[in-house]
Design a binder for this molecule. Structure first.
Ligand code: PML
Length: 243
C-alpha cells in the first residue's frame, strides 16, 4: 500500500492538508483528488511513500453529536467530558484557553498538536511551533464509511471532515493518547470534538464563533509514555476497518 499526503500553504501559512493510504493502482486518482482540496495556495507539498507495514483497527470510536446555544456552554460540556477521561478540570480549561489564544508560542496556529502531560499540564512536544502530527492513517474503504455517515443523517458539508477527524482521533487513542480536544482553524467551521476511550468521539458545536481562524488539537498523554506515543502517531501506519 502507498501513503499519500498533501499539505498546502499560502504565504508560509498552512491552509490545507489531507492524506490517504491506497493501493498502487489508485495512486494517480488519489493524487488528483487531493490536489483539488485546497481552495487557495501558493505551495503544495505531496509525499508519496510505499508502506512496509500496515496495522488494522477493527472499529472506529462511536460518534455522538451535541449542539449548544453558546460557546461557553459548549466549552463547559467539553470540560465535563474530558474530566470523564481523567483530565483534571484545570488542565481541560488550560487546553481550551491554548486553542482559543492560538497554541503556538509565537501566537497563532500550529501545524501539529500540543502534547500535554495529563498530570501536570506540562507541554511535551519536542518542538512547540511544529507540534506533533498524526499521519499514516486512513479508512480501509472510505466510500463505504462515507455512505454509512450519509445513512446516519450526517449532512454533506460535514461528512468529509468528520471522516478525516474520526479516523485521526481513532488512531490517536490506539497510539496511547488518553483524551483529545480539537476544533478547526477554518473560520467557517465551528464544530469541534473531544475524544477518549470511554466517551467516544463527541462532536460539539459551537466550539468557537464564526470568523475565528484559531484552532488546533491538544492530546493528553502520560509523560512516561510520550515518546512511545509520538513514535506511533508519526510512524505506524493504520487502516480503520469499520464504523
Ligand atoms: C467533525 O466531526 O465535524 C469534525 C470536527 C473537527 C474538524 C477539524 C478540522 O477539520 O480541522
Amino acid at each position: 500500500m502507498i501513503s499519500v499526503r498533501m499539505r498546502a500553504e499560502l504565504q508560509g501559512k498552512h491552509v490545507s492538508g489531507a492524506e490517504r493510504i491506497v493501493l498502487k493502482q489508485d495512486l494517480e486518482k488519489t493524487v488528483k483528488e487531493l490536489l483539488k482540496r485546497p481552495k487557495q495556495y501558493d505551495t503544495i507539498v505531496l509525499t508519496i511513500e510505499e508502506l512496509q507495514e500496515l496495522e488494522r483497527i477493527e472499529k472506529a470510536l462511536p460518534i455522538y453529536s451535541f449542539d449548544f446555544k453558546t460557546v461557553e456552554e459548549a466549552h463547559s460540556f467539553a470540560v465535563k467530558k474530558l474530566m470523564e477521561e481523567g483530565v483534571p478540570e484545570g488542565l481541560a480549561y488550560k487546553a481550551l484557553e491554548l486553542l482559543r489564544r492560538g497554541p503556538s508560542p509565537k501566537g497563532g496556529n500550529m501545524r501539529g498538536a500540543v502534547l500535554m502531560d495529563i498530570s501536570t499540564g506540562e507541554r511535551l512536544e519536542p518542538n512547540q511551533e511544529k507540534g506533533i502530527r498524526t499521519i499514516r492513517f486512513d479508512w480501509e474503504d472510505r466510500k463505504h464509511i462515507k455512505s454509512l455517515l450519509m445513512k446516519r443523517g450526517i449532512k454533506k458539508e460535514y461528512r468529509e471532515r468528520l471522516l478525516d477527524a474520526l479516523a485521526l482521533a481513532t488512531k490517536n487513542l490506539y497510539c496511547g493518547v488518553i483524551a483529545e480536544l480539537c476544533w478547526s482553524d477554518d473560520p467557517d467551521y465551528i464544530t469541534g470534538y473531544v475524544a477518549g476511550k470511554s466517551i467516544g468521539y463527541v462532536r460539539i458545536k459551537p466550539m468557537k464563533e464564526f470568523g475565528v481562524a484559531l484552532g488546533g488539537r491538544v492530546y493528553f498523554v502520560r509523560k512516561k509514555e510520550a515518546s512511545k506515543v509520538i513514535h506511533c502517531l508519526e510512524k505506524r501506519a493504520v487502516l480503520i476497518e469499520e464504523l
